[in-house]
Ligand binder design. Structure first.
Ligand SMILES: [Zn+2]
Length: 128
């Protein structure tokens, strides 16, 4: 028989694993939600065009949205058309969110594995 202390901590471990399972399920549901995203980094800059006499030479420059991404191991950059700016901004934000959610899921999973290993270690038959 297990001593009372070990039983209590075992029950606590079970409850914690259960909670972690729920938290992970919520993250997975979020990850699987159909919402447009774009793989890459969306950056918004003001750039000078370099044309002589353009008003941007004095001011902050022309607004530009850029999409940076990797293709075949190389860094690529695309200019985003003004008409697509809102959509691409949202898609970029969703991708950042997905990445953060994956990191959070990995952390919860690692924690759950540590608890499950502890449960297995302390759960076996003490054969004497
Ligand atoms: Zn200009």
């Amino acid at each position: 028989m297990l001593p009372a202390m070990a039983r209590a901590s075992r029950a606590t471990l079970f409850a914690t694993v259960h909670t972690l399972e729920h938290q992970q399920a919520a993250l997975v549901a979020d990850l699987l939600r159909e919402e447009e995203f774009v793989v890459g980094t969306v950056s918004e800059v003001h750039a000078r065009c370099g044309k002589p006499g353009c008003q941007c030479a004095q001011g902050a420059g022309h607004f530009q949205m850029r999409l940076l991404y990797a293709e075949g191991g190389r860094r690529r950059c695309k200019l985003v058309r003004q008409a697509d700016a809102d959509r691409v901004r949202r898609a970029g934000a969703r991708y950042r969110h997905l990445r953060a959610t994956l990191r959070a899921l990995a952390a919860l999973h690692a924690r759950e594995l540590r608890l499950l290993r502890a449960l297995v270690r302390q759960g076996g038959l003490r054969y004497r």
